[in-house]
Write a protein that binds this ligand. Structure first.
Ligand SMILES: *Cc1c(COP(=O)(O)O)cnc(C)c1O
Length: 360
Protein backbone atom coordinates (compact mmCIF):
# COMPACT_ATOMS: atom_id res chain seq x y z
CA UNK A 1 0.00 0.00 0.00
CA UNK A 2 1.49 3.29 -1.12
CA UNK A 3 0.46 6.59 -2.63
CA UNK A 4 -1.08 7.21 -6.02
CA UNK A 5 -0.66 10.43 -7.98
CA UNK A 6 -4.01 10.97 -9.64
CA UNK A 7 -3.67 13.15 -12.73
CA UNK A 8 -6.80 15.03 -13.76
CA UNK A 9 -6.45 15.71 -17.48
CA UNK A 10 -9.67 17.76 -17.65
CA UNK A 11 -8.16 20.09 -15.02
CA UNK A 12 -5.06 20.44 -17.21
CA UNK A 13 -7.15 21.54 -20.18
CA UNK A 14 -9.17 23.87 -17.96
CA UNK A 15 -5.97 25.53 -16.73
CA UNK A 16 -4.63 25.96 -20.26
CA UNK A 17 -7.84 27.80 -21.15
CA UNK A 18 -7.43 29.93 -18.00
CA UNK A 19 -3.93 30.91 -19.12
CA UNK A 20 -5.40 31.97 -22.47
CA UNK A 21 -8.16 33.95 -20.72
CA UNK A 22 -5.58 35.98 -18.78
CA UNK A 23 -3.87 37.15 -21.95
CA UNK A 24 -6.37 37.04 -24.82
CA UNK A 25 -4.75 37.04 -28.21
CA UNK A 26 -1.36 35.75 -27.07
CA UNK A 27 -0.14 32.44 -28.36
CA UNK A 28 0.86 29.79 -25.86
CA UNK A 29 3.93 27.68 -25.24
CA UNK A 30 2.77 25.11 -22.69
CA UNK A 31 5.87 24.45 -20.58
CA UNK A 32 6.35 20.73 -19.90
CA UNK A 33 10.00 20.59 -18.85
CA UNK A 34 11.14 18.30 -16.04
CA UNK A 35 8.66 15.59 -16.99
CA UNK A 36 5.84 18.13 -17.08
CA UNK A 37 6.65 19.28 -13.55
CA UNK A 38 6.48 15.66 -12.41
CA UNK A 39 3.10 14.97 -14.02
CA UNK A 40 4.53 12.89 -16.90
CA UNK A 41 5.60 14.68 -20.08
CA UNK A 42 4.41 12.01 -22.49
CA UNK A 43 1.23 11.55 -20.46
CA UNK A 44 0.16 15.19 -20.61
CA UNK A 45 1.44 16.22 -24.05
CA UNK A 46 -1.54 14.76 -25.98
CA UNK A 47 -3.91 16.74 -23.76
CA UNK A 48 -2.13 20.00 -24.55
CA UNK A 49 -2.99 19.86 -28.23
CA UNK A 50 -4.93 23.07 -27.57
CA UNK A 51 -1.66 24.92 -26.97
CA UNK A 52 0.05 26.55 -29.94
CA UNK A 53 3.37 24.99 -29.02
CA UNK A 54 5.24 23.23 -26.22
CA UNK A 55 8.42 24.20 -24.40
CA UNK A 56 11.00 22.12 -22.58
CA UNK A 57 14.37 22.96 -21.04
CA UNK A 58 16.65 20.55 -22.90
CA UNK A 59 17.15 19.10 -26.36
CA UNK A 60 16.81 15.53 -25.08
CA UNK A 61 13.38 16.30 -23.64
CA UNK A 62 12.21 17.65 -26.99
CA UNK A 63 13.67 14.67 -28.86
CA UNK A 64 11.64 12.33 -26.62
CA UNK A 65 8.50 14.24 -27.52
CA UNK A 66 9.24 14.07 -31.25
CA UNK A 67 10.01 10.36 -31.02
CA UNK A 68 6.64 9.88 -29.31
CA UNK A 69 4.98 11.50 -32.30
CA UNK A 70 4.35 15.00 -30.94
CA UNK A 71 4.29 17.37 -33.89
CA UNK A 72 3.50 20.74 -32.28
CA UNK A 73 6.25 23.36 -32.48
CA UNK A 74 8.74 22.68 -29.67
CA UNK A 75 10.91 25.31 -28.04
CA UNK A 76 14.07 24.35 -26.16
CA UNK A 77 14.40 27.01 -23.46
CA UNK A 78 18.11 26.44 -22.81
CA UNK A 79 18.84 25.98 -26.50
CA UNK A 80 21.59 23.73 -27.81
CA UNK A 81 24.83 23.28 -25.94
CA UNK A 82 27.12 21.78 -28.57
CA UNK A 83 27.23 20.80 -32.26
CA UNK A 84 25.56 17.43 -31.65
CA UNK A 85 22.63 19.07 -29.91
CA UNK A 86 22.34 21.62 -32.70
CA UNK A 87 22.22 18.83 -35.29
CA UNK A 88 19.56 17.03 -33.26
CA UNK A 89 17.57 20.24 -32.85
CA UNK A 90 17.70 20.83 -36.60
CA UNK A 91 16.88 17.21 -37.42
CA UNK A 92 13.81 17.24 -35.18
CA UNK A 93 12.80 20.77 -36.22
CA UNK A 94 13.06 22.20 -32.74
CA UNK A 95 13.03 25.91 -31.95
CA UNK A 96 15.96 27.01 -29.82
CA UNK A 97 16.79 29.79 -27.42
CA UNK A 98 20.11 31.43 -28.29
CA UNK A 99 21.49 33.03 -25.17
CA UNK A 100 25.28 33.19 -25.57
CA UNK A 101 27.96 33.85 -28.16
CA UNK A 102 29.21 30.24 -28.09
CA UNK A 103 25.93 29.15 -29.66
CA UNK A 104 26.30 31.66 -32.45
CA UNK A 105 29.82 30.34 -33.07
CA UNK A 106 28.54 26.75 -33.24
CA UNK A 107 25.85 27.82 -35.70
CA UNK A 108 28.39 29.60 -37.88
CA UNK A 109 30.58 26.52 -38.20
CA UNK A 110 27.98 24.58 -40.20
CA UNK A 111 25.30 25.02 -42.77
CA UNK A 112 22.02 23.44 -41.71
CA UNK A 113 19.91 22.06 -44.54
CA UNK A 114 16.73 23.20 -42.76
CA UNK A 115 17.16 26.61 -41.13
CA UNK A 116 16.38 26.57 -37.44
CA UNK A 117 13.94 28.90 -35.63
CA UNK A 118 15.90 30.94 -33.07
CA UNK A 119 14.72 32.92 -30.07
CA UNK A 120 17.33 35.48 -29.09
CA UNK A 121 17.29 35.60 -25.32
CA UNK A 122 17.87 38.93 -23.64
CA UNK A 123 19.02 39.10 -20.03
CA UNK A 124 16.74 41.88 -18.79
CA UNK A 125 17.70 41.34 -15.13
CA UNK A 126 17.24 37.68 -14.23
CA UNK A 127 21.01 37.24 -14.64
CA UNK A 128 20.86 33.57 -15.50
CA UNK A 129 20.72 33.03 -19.27
CA UNK A 130 20.73 35.67 -21.98
CA UNK A 131 22.74 38.33 -23.79
CA UNK A 132 23.43 41.47 -21.82
CA UNK A 133 21.56 44.44 -23.30
CA UNK A 134 24.73 45.91 -24.78
CA UNK A 135 25.43 42.68 -26.68
CA UNK A 136 21.94 42.17 -28.08
CA UNK A 137 22.41 44.22 -31.25
CA UNK A 138 25.50 42.24 -32.25
CA UNK A 139 23.84 38.90 -31.54
CA UNK A 140 20.79 39.97 -33.52
CA UNK A 141 22.89 40.92 -36.56
CA UNK A 142 24.87 37.68 -36.38
CA UNK A 143 21.74 35.53 -36.26
CA UNK A 144 19.87 37.50 -38.92
CA UNK A 145 22.73 37.04 -41.36
CA UNK A 146 23.33 33.34 -40.66
CA UNK A 147 21.87 31.15 -43.44
CA UNK A 148 21.32 28.31 -40.93
CA UNK A 149 18.91 30.53 -39.00
CA UNK A 150 15.29 30.76 -40.13
CA UNK A 151 14.16 34.20 -41.22
CA UNK A 152 12.59 36.29 -38.49
CA UNK A 153 14.65 35.81 -35.36
CA UNK A 154 12.38 36.21 -32.31
CA UNK A 155 13.04 37.81 -28.95
CA UNK A 156 12.52 36.45 -25.47
CA UNK A 157 13.33 37.28 -21.88
CA UNK A 158 12.52 35.75 -18.51
CA UNK A 159 11.15 37.46 -15.39
CA UNK A 160 12.91 36.85 -12.08
CA UNK A 161 10.48 38.32 -9.54
CA UNK A 162 7.01 38.43 -11.06
CA UNK A 163 5.57 36.36 -8.19
CA UNK A 164 5.81 39.48 -6.00
CA UNK A 165 3.52 42.30 -7.17
CA UNK A 166 5.39 44.78 -4.97
CA UNK A 167 8.79 44.05 -6.42
CA UNK A 168 9.91 46.82 -8.81
CA UNK A 169 12.22 44.40 -10.66
CA UNK A 170 9.53 43.31 -13.12
CA UNK A 171 8.83 46.84 -14.37
CA UNK A 172 12.56 47.42 -14.70
CA UNK A 173 12.94 44.21 -16.70
CA UNK A 174 10.11 45.21 -19.03
CA UNK A 175 11.66 48.64 -19.53
CA UNK A 176 14.97 47.00 -20.45
CA UNK A 177 13.39 44.53 -22.87
CA UNK A 178 10.74 46.60 -24.70
CA UNK A 179 13.09 48.84 -26.72
CA UNK A 180 14.54 45.74 -28.44
CA UNK A 181 11.07 44.57 -29.44
CA UNK A 182 10.28 48.00 -30.85
CA UNK A 183 13.58 48.25 -32.66
CA UNK A 184 13.61 44.76 -34.24
CA UNK A 185 9.82 44.52 -34.81
CA UNK A 186 9.68 40.80 -34.31
CA UNK A 187 7.48 38.45 -32.23
CA UNK A 188 8.48 38.33 -28.59
CA UNK A 189 7.86 36.23 -25.50
CA UNK A 190 8.06 37.45 -21.90
CA UNK A 191 5.65 36.02 -19.38
CA UNK A 192 5.87 32.86 -17.29
CA UNK A 193 2.85 32.00 -15.11
CA UNK A 194 3.55 34.81 -12.65
CA UNK A 195 3.84 37.31 -15.51
CA UNK A 196 0.58 36.03 -16.99
CA UNK A 197 -1.34 36.17 -13.71
CA UNK A 198 0.09 39.31 -12.16
CA UNK A 199 1.52 41.58 -14.83
CA UNK A 200 -0.74 42.73 -17.68
CA UNK A 201 2.16 44.93 -18.80
CA UNK A 202 4.15 41.75 -19.58
CA UNK A 203 1.70 40.87 -22.36
CA UNK A 204 3.53 39.58 -25.39
CA UNK A 205 2.93 37.67 -28.62
CA UNK A 206 3.80 34.41 -26.92
CA UNK A 207 3.28 33.44 -23.28
CA UNK A 208 5.02 30.57 -21.50
CA UNK A 209 2.79 29.17 -18.73
CA UNK A 210 4.22 26.34 -16.67
CA UNK A 211 3.12 25.92 -13.07
CA UNK A 212 -0.35 27.38 -13.65
CA UNK A 213 -1.14 24.61 -16.15
CA UNK A 214 -0.77 22.19 -13.27
CA UNK A 215 -3.18 24.22 -11.14
CA UNK A 216 -0.79 25.93 -8.74
CA UNK A 217 -0.22 29.64 -8.40
CA UNK A 218 3.31 31.04 -8.33
CA UNK A 219 2.08 34.26 -6.68
CA UNK A 220 3.10 34.96 -3.10
CA UNK A 221 0.30 34.21 -0.66
CA UNK A 222 -2.19 33.04 -3.26
CA UNK A 223 -3.28 29.56 -4.29
CA UNK A 224 -4.26 28.46 -7.76
CA UNK A 225 -7.73 27.69 -6.45
CA UNK A 226 -8.17 31.37 -5.59
CA UNK A 227 -7.71 32.36 -9.23
CA UNK A 228 -9.85 29.62 -10.70
CA UNK A 229 -7.19 27.04 -11.48
CA UNK A 230 -7.81 23.37 -10.75
CA UNK A 231 -5.22 21.02 -9.27
CA UNK A 232 -4.06 18.45 -11.81
CA UNK A 233 -2.13 16.20 -9.43
CA UNK A 234 -3.69 14.78 -6.28
CA UNK A 235 -1.26 12.73 -4.25
CA UNK A 236 -3.41 10.22 -2.40
CA UNK A 237 -2.86 7.40 0.02
CA UNK A 238 -4.55 5.67 2.93
CA UNK A 239 -4.50 5.31 6.67
CA UNK A 240 -2.62 2.07 7.37
CA UNK A 241 -2.67 2.10 11.19
CA UNK A 242 -4.50 3.80 14.04
CA UNK A 243 -2.88 3.65 17.46
CA UNK A 244 -3.78 5.07 20.86
CA UNK A 245 -1.03 6.52 23.00
CA UNK A 246 -0.89 7.84 26.52
CA UNK A 247 -0.07 11.44 27.35
CA UNK A 248 3.71 11.94 27.13
CA UNK A 249 4.34 9.35 24.40
CA UNK A 250 6.92 10.46 21.82
CA UNK A 251 5.95 9.88 18.17
CA UNK A 252 8.36 8.70 15.45
CA UNK A 253 12.08 9.29 14.79
CA UNK A 254 13.85 11.20 17.53
CA UNK A 255 10.52 11.44 19.35
CA UNK A 256 10.42 15.17 18.83
CA UNK A 257 6.63 15.31 19.01
CA UNK A 258 5.10 14.24 22.31
CA UNK A 259 1.41 13.46 22.88
CA UNK A 260 -0.06 16.29 25.01
CA UNK A 261 -2.84 13.95 26.20
CA UNK A 262 -4.08 10.40 25.65
CA UNK A 263 -4.88 10.41 21.95
CA UNK A 264 -5.28 8.50 18.68
CA UNK A 265 -2.46 8.73 16.13
CA UNK A 266 -2.89 7.74 12.48
CA UNK A 267 -0.19 6.35 10.21
CA UNK A 268 -0.39 7.32 6.52
CA UNK A 269 1.42 5.38 3.80
CA UNK A 270 3.39 8.27 2.32
CA UNK A 271 6.85 9.56 3.11
CA UNK A 272 9.87 11.27 1.65
CA UNK A 273 10.56 8.12 -0.37
CA UNK A 274 7.46 9.07 -2.33
CA UNK A 275 8.36 12.74 -2.57
CA UNK A 276 6.51 14.05 0.46
CA UNK A 277 8.80 16.75 1.89
CA UNK A 278 10.72 15.54 4.92
CA UNK A 279 10.95 19.11 6.13
CA UNK A 280 7.18 19.48 6.48
CA UNK A 281 6.84 20.38 10.18
CA UNK A 282 4.28 19.19 12.69
CA UNK A 283 1.06 21.03 11.97
CA UNK A 284 1.27 20.72 8.17
CA UNK A 285 -2.26 19.86 7.01
CA UNK A 286 -3.11 16.43 5.62
CA UNK A 287 -6.58 15.76 4.21
CA UNK A 288 -8.30 12.75 5.79
CA UNK A 289 -11.82 11.87 4.66
CA UNK A 290 -12.05 15.43 3.37
CA UNK A 291 -11.03 17.09 6.66
CA UNK A 292 -7.68 18.59 7.53
CA UNK A 293 -5.70 16.89 10.26
CA UNK A 294 -2.23 17.99 11.38
CA UNK A 295 0.93 16.08 10.58
CA UNK A 296 2.79 15.22 13.79
CA UNK A 297 6.39 14.09 14.29
CA UNK A 298 9.03 13.54 11.65
CA UNK A 299 8.14 12.41 8.15
CA UNK A 300 9.81 9.04 7.51
CA UNK A 301 10.67 7.38 4.20
CA UNK A 302 7.47 5.40 3.77
CA UNK A 303 5.09 6.82 6.34
CA UNK A 304 3.97 9.87 8.19
CA UNK A 305 1.87 10.27 11.32
CA UNK A 306 -1.17 12.44 11.92
CA UNK A 307 -3.12 13.68 14.93
CA UNK A 308 -6.54 11.98 14.90
CA UNK A 309 -8.07 13.77 17.88
CA UNK A 310 -10.45 15.66 15.60
CA UNK A 311 -11.37 12.46 13.69
CA UNK A 312 -12.55 9.86 16.22
CA UNK A 313 -14.47 8.03 13.48
CA UNK A 314 -11.40 7.48 11.29
CA UNK A 315 -10.97 3.87 10.14
CA UNK A 316 -8.15 1.82 8.63
CA UNK A 317 -8.07 2.32 4.88
CA UNK A 318 -9.63 5.77 4.95
CA UNK A 319 -8.48 7.93 2.02
CA UNK A 320 -5.84 10.59 2.58
CA UNK A 321 -4.82 13.41 0.24
CA UNK A 322 -1.31 14.77 0.76
CA UNK A 323 -1.93 17.58 -1.74
CA UNK A 324 -4.25 18.26 -4.64
CA UNK A 325 -8.04 18.32 -4.71
CA UNK A 326 -9.12 19.96 -1.44
CA UNK A 327 -5.61 20.75 -0.19
CA UNK A 328 -3.53 23.04 -2.43
CA UNK A 329 0.07 21.94 -2.94
CA UNK A 330 1.02 25.58 -2.33
CA UNK A 331 -0.20 25.25 1.29
CA UNK A 332 1.89 22.14 1.96
CA UNK A 333 4.87 23.64 0.13
CA UNK A 334 4.71 26.83 2.16
CA UNK A 335 4.70 24.85 5.41
CA UNK A 336 7.71 22.85 4.23
CA UNK A 337 9.64 25.95 3.18
CA UNK A 338 9.49 25.15 -0.52
CA UNK A 339 7.29 25.73 -3.57
CA UNK A 340 4.66 23.60 -5.30
CA UNK A 341 7.04 23.23 -8.27
CA UNK A 342 9.46 21.25 -6.13
CA UNK A 343 6.75 19.06 -4.60
CA UNK A 344 5.44 18.12 -8.05
CA UNK A 345 8.90 17.48 -9.53
CA UNK A 346 9.88 15.45 -6.48
CA UNK A 347 7.25 12.72 -6.72
CA UNK A 348 9.32 9.56 -6.99
CA UNK A 349 9.40 6.57 -9.31
CA UNK A 350 7.62 4.16 -7.02
CA UNK A 351 4.46 6.27 -6.84
CA UNK A 352 1.70 4.86 -9.01
CA UNK A 353 0.21 7.29 -11.54
CA UNK A 354 -3.44 7.15 -12.47
CA UNK A 355 -5.16 9.30 -15.09
CA UNK A 356 -8.72 10.56 -14.81
CA UNK A 357 -10.95 12.51 -17.20
CA UNK A 358 -8.68 11.51 -20.04
CA UNK A 359 -11.17 11.35 -22.90
CA UNK A 360 -10.04 13.84 -25.52
C1 LIG B 1 10.19 27.18 -16.47
C2 LIG B 1 10.10 28.36 -17.37
C3 LIG B 1 8.85 28.93 -17.67
C4 LIG B 1 7.58 28.53 -16.96
O1 LIG B 1 7.62 29.07 -15.67
P1 LIG B 1 6.40 28.93 -14.63
O2 LIG B 1 6.81 29.75 -13.47
O3 LIG B 1 6.31 27.48 -14.29
O4 LIG B 1 5.19 29.40 -15.35
C5 LIG B 1 8.83 29.94 -18.62
N1 LIG B 1 9.96 30.36 -19.22
C6 LIG B 1 11.17 29.85 -18.94
C7 LIG B 1 12.37 30.37 -19.62
C8 LIG B 1 11.28 28.85 -18.00
O5 LIG B 1 12.49 28.35 -17.70
Amino acid sequence: MGPTARIDLAALRHNLQKARDFVPGSRVYAVIKSNAYGHGMLRVAPYLAGADALAVARVEEAVKLRQAGVDLPLLVLEGFYDAAELEAAAHYQLEVAVHQQEQIDILRQRRLTHPIVCWLKVDSGMHRLGFQPAAVEGAWQALQSDPSVAAGVRLMTHLSSADDLNDPTTSAQLATFRPFVERFRTPCSIANSAGIIGWPAAKSDWIRPGIMLYGASPMLGQTGEQIGLKPVMSLQSRLIAINHFAKGSPIGYSGNWVCPEDMPVGVVAAGYGDGYPRHAPSGTPVLLNGSRVPLIGRVSMDMLTVDLRSQPAARLGDPVTLWGEGLPAEVVAHQAGTIAYELFCGVTQRVLFEEINGSR
